[in-house]
Design a protein around this ligand. Structure first.
Ligand code: GH3
Ligand code: MG
Ligand code: MG
Length: 436
């Protein structure tokens, strides 16, 4: 069957394709050139069907393949959904521009896009639930791999709860819905029975956790209502289920992140310190790294390792003596602590070398903090024996994303890379930051 509006768009397929890519596709930063070519090929095929055979089933099966491709490159549903919306609008504007009175064309087009939306949403939801269940298992195993678990273990119960929620949607079984009442789930009981307050003394952190937890249950209740108000056969609300479930996953990850940051602050309190600078001792580095790694994996975060080495430090010792050198090391650590969060870590790695670990941070965000440290240190003056001493630091940085590559045994490999970046910063003139 030929599509009734095919003629009006037949000769402008390339124009439509370019407009779609420019306005709705290329602006997504997750797409590189190879992905854009692949997406272009999908849309070429889609437009070809619109303009020739117009077999709805054929169209839906290409969209199905397209949705699976998008999921394989971690594109969220909203982005694909926006692209579908974009194509619909472009086609609408083209067919109405050519023929103002052709309502039938518009009705047909809207019908086709309704079908596309439903079928994409269903595919996405099914695939998303399967992925969520398997990634939740990985998150659980990361938590159980932690040697020194403390409050992050309370996050476990909400990962299990989230998996139950996902299964409930998958099987359309509202009878097996996980605990809806935020005060009665395992996490809620812990949060509200006073025990949590012992660990989370910072009141605003406690409120943040409480609010996150409340909204998590609120979105779950919305899911419950959707499942209650319809039956599986004529179900059309897949898009809403995806949005609510995605929201639940994001909030759940934020809860995990908050707990992981609190655990990190505890590391700062309990681990051995270097006597001179009060930075953490190097002996703890491999267990700290292993903990960071698993926490990041359990909460879907990346973290940053910054290797710092003071510039021409030998000159300070040679010119002003060792005690002056010692005081400069203390000053550096004080300045670092001024700029990092209580959940970030600084470890004395060697003589005048330090490793900073910025948890739940991406490299774009870490630049600001590290730049402040570099700048502040370069402008600070150490007054010693009536003399004014200055120093600078070079920093090599690497971002580690455990969900992209899993190799937690390779601390040395990561440190080597940070070290190579540090070497580059030295070669480029010192008092600089270099990031992989
Ligand atoms: P570069 O910019 O290439 O890093 O030059 P540098 O002089 O800093 O490099 P180098 O590694 O040769 O010098 C490090 C010096 O740090 C040598 C060592 O005497 C000194 N150092 C190591 N630990 C301590 C310490 O605890 N106190 C003091 N005062 N000096 C230390
Ligand atoms: Mg050195
Ligand atoms: Mg040095």
């Amino acid at each position: 069957m030929l599509c009734s509006f095919s003629d009006s768009i037949k000769n402008i397929q390339d124009e439509i394709l370019d407009e779609l890519l420019d306005k709705h596709v290329i602006c997504i930063e997750k797409y590189d050139e190879v992905k854009i070519q692949r997406i272009r090929a999908f849309y070429q095929e889609i437009l070809h069907i619109f303009c020739s055979t117009h077999d709805l089933q054929e169209l839906l099966s290409i969209y199905e393949e397209f949705a699976k491709y998008k999921m394989s490159i971690s594109i969220p549903y909203t982005i694909l959904s926006n692209e579908i919306f974009g194509l619909k609008n472009i086609l609408l504007s083209k067919i109405t521009a050519n023929d103002h009175n052709n309502n039938a064309n518009v009705v047909e087009l809207l019908h086709i896009f309704r079908e596309i939306n439903n079928s994409i949403a269903y595919i996405y939801l099914t695939e998303y639930i399967l992925q969520l269940i398997s990634v939740n298992n990985i998150r659980l195993s990361s938590i159980s791999d932690l040697i020194e678990i403390s409050i992050i273990e309370h996050y476990e119960s909400h990962i299990i709860w989230l998996t139950e929620l996902a299964l409930c949607i998958k099987n359309f079984q509202k009878e097996k819905f996980p605990q809806q009442d935020e005060c009665k789930c395992d996490f809620g009981i812990w949060l509200n029975n006073g025990e949590a307050k012992r660990f989370i003394q910072n009141n605003s952190k406690f409120k943040t956790l409480n609010n996150l937890h409340k909204s998590l249950h609120l979105f779950a209740q919305k899911i419950y209502l959707l499942l209650s108000n319809s039956n599986e056969q004529d179900y059309k609300e897949y898009h809403a289920l995806i949005s609510y479930l995605e929201k639940c996953e994001l909030i759940s990850l934020s809860i995990g992140t908050e707990l992981a940051l609190i655990d990190n602050s505890m590391v700062n309190k309990v681990k051995n310190k270097d006597a001179l600078t009060e930075a953490l001792n190097r002996n703890g580095l491999s267990s700290i790294f292993a903990t960071q790694y698993e926490l990041s994996r359990a909460t879907d975060n990346s973290f940053v390792i910054a290797m710092c080495d003071l510039d021409f430090f030998k000159n300070i010792n040679d010119t002003y003596g060792h005690i002056a050198g010692d005081k400069m090391l203390q000053l550096f650590v004080q300045i670092v602590k001024k700029h990092i969060r209580s959940s970030d870590l600084i470890i004395r790695y060697g003589g005048e070398e330090f490793v900073i670990i910025l948890s739940a941070t991406k490299k774009e965000q870490c630049i600001n903090v590290l730049e402040k440290i570099r700048e502040d240190f370069s402008q600070s003056i150490l007054e010693f024996d009536g003399q004014e001493i200055r120093s600078t630091v070079s920093i090599g940085v690497i971002e580690i994303n455990p969900n992209k590559e899993y190799k937690n045994e390779l601390l040395n490999e990561y440190l080597n890379i940070a070290d190579q970046m540090l070497y580059l910063a030295k070669r480029n003139g010192r008092n600089k930051i270099e990031i992989l």
